[in-house]
Design a protein around this ligand. Structure first.
Ligand code: ADP
Ligand code: MG
Length: 440
């Protein structure tokens, strides 16, 4: 038995210990064989696209954790259906050898990226960079919250460039992987592998640059790499959870370099976009018909993060499958209730932070924000606070009333409605609320 097969067997054994037997059999019962290993990727054969998607969306984190406990080598399992492997084999027999080996996820492309208000600017910029790498905006710096599509968009740039010219040397790397690579090279006093990986790149995609904060000497090294790329007019794309000026623990000469090109951000998708994302995801992964009320319900309740949005859909599909029926609104409510409650609980514990952010924003005290004074200085911030506790933290009107020193339910409701309707026309108010939301 080859070593990759036995790695998979060991992984399966661990999963078996962790999962309940029926669930284990349903999911992994027919996922037995490793097809091949290539560039650190171990291809495991799944009996159907459904099982493949289920493993990818529910178990991939667990599986990669198990694998990293089994081996120190940089390996990854990839789940494929047999016909995919065959199609791939046919596709990969061009007249000339493919030199273009990259580590991008092919599913992260521009076609599968749903564009809306929250990400249009980033999307358009990314396509522009992909068409003229190295010369339009260098570096391109994309920032935004967790699970909003930064990695997807960054890799879409890479995939687009890769499709255009097989000779491009494209590298996607997470900043902490860069740290590890450099640390290892120094520790082993051997720069060879490190240099080979990072030299002569045509495109460098560095994900989650904020992770670089931990390594001072790595930052020096990265500074050299950065200059080497820009001097040769080679494209760099960087993602982060904050704008460059707010990066902590990263040397100024780097953060100022990050501002040389163009900085764009991705915000939370609005309702319509969330619906589109769910529909797209359905098209890609399932043949099941899902009615609009189910889609709408999910889109209404998972607002912060596309990853969680997609996870919610997967959960509903799976539950319906277990019950041997098509997804309906009752199934959606039943299966998602626990996740939605968890979100509310999470947020509940944080609303106090939101109150201080709002008070700070308007330079008033939290006591005044919650207090009874009708001074104009306090009324608007107070309404905004009520509105955000309702929409963002999902608190009930009466709970909010209690927080605001025993105001009654209708007072709170009026405050919330006022903000809601003014947001539609008042640009300044919208900017204020957006900026508060970003801070919380
Ligand atoms: P981030 O890197 O910002 O944390 P990811 O790029 O990993 O987020 O996105 C999380 C998941 O959501 C991925 O599966 C990605 O494909 C999906 N996703 C995010 N934004 C979009 C979008 N606009 N259209 C389609 N899928 C998206
Ligand atoms: Mg990411």
């Amino acid at each position: 038995m080859n070593e990759y097969q036995s790695l998979w067997n060991d992984t399966i054994d661990k999963l078996n210990e962790m999962m309940d037997e029926t669930n284990f059999q349903d999911t992994f019962g027919d996922v037995k064989h490793v097809s091949k290993e290539e560039n650190g990727i171990i291809y495991v054969i799944t009996p159907s696209p459904f099982i493949k998607n289920k493993i990818n969306s529910i178990y991939s984190k667990t599986i990669s954790d198990i694998l990293s406990n089994l081996t120190t080598r940089k390996l990854k399992f990839k789940f494929v259906c047999e016909d995919e492997l065959n199609a791939r084999a046919v596709k990969q027999q061009p007249a000339f050898p493919i030199i273009n080996k990259h580590n991008l996820n092919e599913n992260y492309n521009f076609e599968s990226f749903v564009v809306g208000e929250s990400n249009r600017m980033s999307y358009l910029t990314a396509t522009k960079v992909a068409e003229n790498p190295g010369t339009t905006f260098n570096p391109l710096y994309i920032f935004g919250g967790v699970g909003l599509g930064k990695t997807h968009l960054m890799q879409a740039i890479g995939n687009y460039i890769a499709d255009g010219d097989v000779n491009n040397k494209i590298l996607y790397v997470q900043a902490n992987e860069y740290l590890e690579d450099y640390g290892r090279a120094i520790r082993d006093n051997n720069m060879k592998a490190f240099e080979e990986k990072y030299e002569n790149l045509d495109v460098l995609l560095v994900d989650d640059i904020q992770m670089l904060e931990k390594g001072k000497s790595s930052q020096q090294e990265f500074f050299k790499l950065f200059n080497n790329m820009t001097d040769r007019q080679k494209q760099i794309v960087i993602t982060s959870d904050t704008p460059p000026a707010k990066l902590n623990g990263i040397m100024d000469r780097l953060t100022s370099r990050f501002q040389m090109g163009l900085i764009v951000d991705i915000k939370q998708p609005d309702y319509n976009q969330r619906v589109q994302i769910l529909k797209r995801k359905l098209l890609e992964t399932s043949q099941v018909q899902v009615s609009d009320d189910v889609i709408n319900y999910i889109a209404e309740n998972f607002v912060n993060n596309v990853r969680e949005l997609e996870g919610a859909l997967t959960r509903v599909l799976w539950q319906a499958e277990i019950l041997n029926t098509t997804p309906n609104i009752q199934i959606a409510k039943d299966t998602l209730e626990i996740l939605i409650n968890a979100q509310i609980k999470d947020d509940n514990s944080n609303y106090e932070n939101a109150l201080s952010v709002i008070a700070d924003f308007y330079s008033i005290s939290v006591a005044d924000l919650l207090g009874k004074s009708r001074n104009n200085k306090y009324v608007l911030p107070r309404h905004i606070a009520m509105f955000l506790l309702k929409t963002h933290y999902k608190l009930t009107y009466s709970k909010i009333g209690a927080i605001f020193n025993g105001r009654d339910h209708t007072t709170v409701m009026n405050g919330c409605q006022k903000i809601e309707s003014e947001l539609e026309s008042d640009k300044e108010l919208k900017m204020a609320v957006d900026s508060i939301l970003k801070k919380i």
